[in-house]
Every structure is written in structure tokens, then in C-alpha cells.
Design a protein around this ligand. Structure first.
Ligand code: HEC
Ligand code: HEC
Length: 140
């Protein structure tokens, strides 16, 4: 019986200590208590850059120099084609989708855009003004 009391007293002490420790733990949502609302992180601004971004290497999928949050890519719909398709790019003064993305590169058309190039933002991404989380040593 005495042993049980000692053990539970020790457990109670440990529990108390860990509750105190929890209050100091800092996670991605800060060191706030669970029921407090964290301040939302600052929204990063998407960079719009006339002339696009310089590629870091020749075959790099070019970065997107404009916002895409209003664009929609689903199984049947791709709003990027509104400006980048072979029959729309001239009027929109946008670069045409690379010929390498078409099954028949000599006669590019919406119909022969390859399905493995359908989800554009699988490879092409916009850029935001944000400090890098870690130092980038690529190419050094
Ligand atoms: C309203 C028209 C419009 C829509 C919609 C649009 N774009 Fe663009 N996009 C442009 C224009 C114009 C440029 C050229 C900007 C410049 O160079 O000044 C461009 C540039 C780009 C480039 C850079 C190409 C290069 O060689 O540097 C990529 C990649 C791109 N867009 C991808 C996309 C993707 C992916 C989508 C859909 C999520 C999309 N765009 C939707 C108009 C559009
Ligand atoms: C699997 C990856 C991938 C997907 C998906 C993809 N691209 Fe690309 N894209 C590339 C690469 C890599 C390049 C550069 C080399 C090349 O031209 O093939 C490129 C080049 C481009 C260029 C520049 C063309 C030029 O002449 O400079 C445009 C514009 C573009 N893609 C638009 C799109 C659009 C719009 C979509 C969606 C319909 C798309 N891409 C889907 C990888 C991809």
C-alpha cells in the first residue's frame, strides 16, 4: 500500500511538471495555449514581373511571373489555356505553351496537349516575396 502511494505521488508530481513544461513548448502555432487563437501569418505577395524570370538552368520549367490564385485546373478545365494555348497566346501577348508539351510539336493544338502536361503548376510555380527558410546554396 505504501508503495502504491509513493508511486502515485511521484506520478502526480511528474504530471504537474509536464503540464508546466507544456506551457513553454513552442510549436508552429507559437507558444499559445490550445484554446487561444493564433495571429494568422503575414500574407506573402506574389511577384508580378514583366519579361518573366531568368531560368537558373536551360531545361528549368520557367517560373510563373504572375498570380495564379484565380486560375482553375481540373480534370476537364484548364484556365491557363485562356492565354497560353496555341490559338489564344497571340491575342493575350503571352508566351505559347512550349512545343515540347504537345504530342505533335509541329502542329500544336489544345487537342494534342499531352495529359502529362495538363497540371501546369506541377512544374511551373509563381514566386512570392519571402525570406528563404534556409540559406540557398544551389549553384555555389
Ligand atoms: C490572363 C492571361 C494569363 C493567364 C490566365 C495565365 N497566364 Fe501565364 N503569362 C501570361 C503573360 C502575359 C505572360 C508573360 C508575362 C511577361 O513575360 O511579361 C505569362 C507568363 C507565364 C510563364 C513564363 C514563361 C516564360 O518563358 O518565362 C509561365 C510559366 C506561365 N505564364 C504559366 C501560366 C500558368 C501555369 C497559368 C495557369 C495556372 C497561367 N500562366 C495563366 C498570361 C497569362
Ligand atoms: C512535367 C512538367 C511540366 C508541366 C506539367 C508543364 N510544363 Fe511547361 N515547361 C516545362 C519545362 C521543363 C519547360 C522548359 C523546357 C521546354 O520548353 O520543354 C517548360 C516550358 C514552358 C513554357 C515556356 C515556353 C518557351 O518557349 O519558352 C511555357 C509558356 C509553359 N511551359 C507553359 C505551360 C503550361 C501553360 C502548362 C499547363 C498546360 C505546362 N507548361 C505544363 C515543364 C512542364
Amino acid at each position: 500500500m505504501k508503495k502504491i502511494i509513493t508511486v502515485s505521488a511521484a506520478t502526480a508530481f511528474l504530471l504537474g511538471a509536464s503540464v508546466m513544461a507544456v506551457a513553454e513548448i513552442k510549436s508552429l502555432r507559437g507558444d499559445l495555449p490550445l484554446d487561444a487563437k493564433p495571429k494568422p501569418p503575414a500574407k506573402a505577395r506574389v511577384i508580378s514581373q514583366t519579361g518573366g524570370f531568368k531560368r537558373a538552368w536551360k531545361q528549368q520549367p520557367p517560373l510563373i511571373p504572375h498570380r495564379i490564385d484565380k486560375e482553375r485546373i481540373t480534370l476537364n478545365e484548364n484556365s491557363c489555356l485562356r492565354c497560353h494555348a496555341p490559338d489564344t497566346y497571340k491575342a493575350e501577348k503571352a508566351p505559347m505553351i512550349s512545343r515540347t508539351h504537345f504530342a505533335d510539336p509541329q502542329n500544336p493544338s489544345d487537342a494534342n496537349l499531352m495529359r502529362n502536361r495538363w497540371f501546369c503548376n506541377q512544374c511551373h510555380v509563381p514566386q512570392v516575396e519571402a525570406d528563404p527558410l534556409v540559406e540557398n546554396v544551389f549553384g555555389r
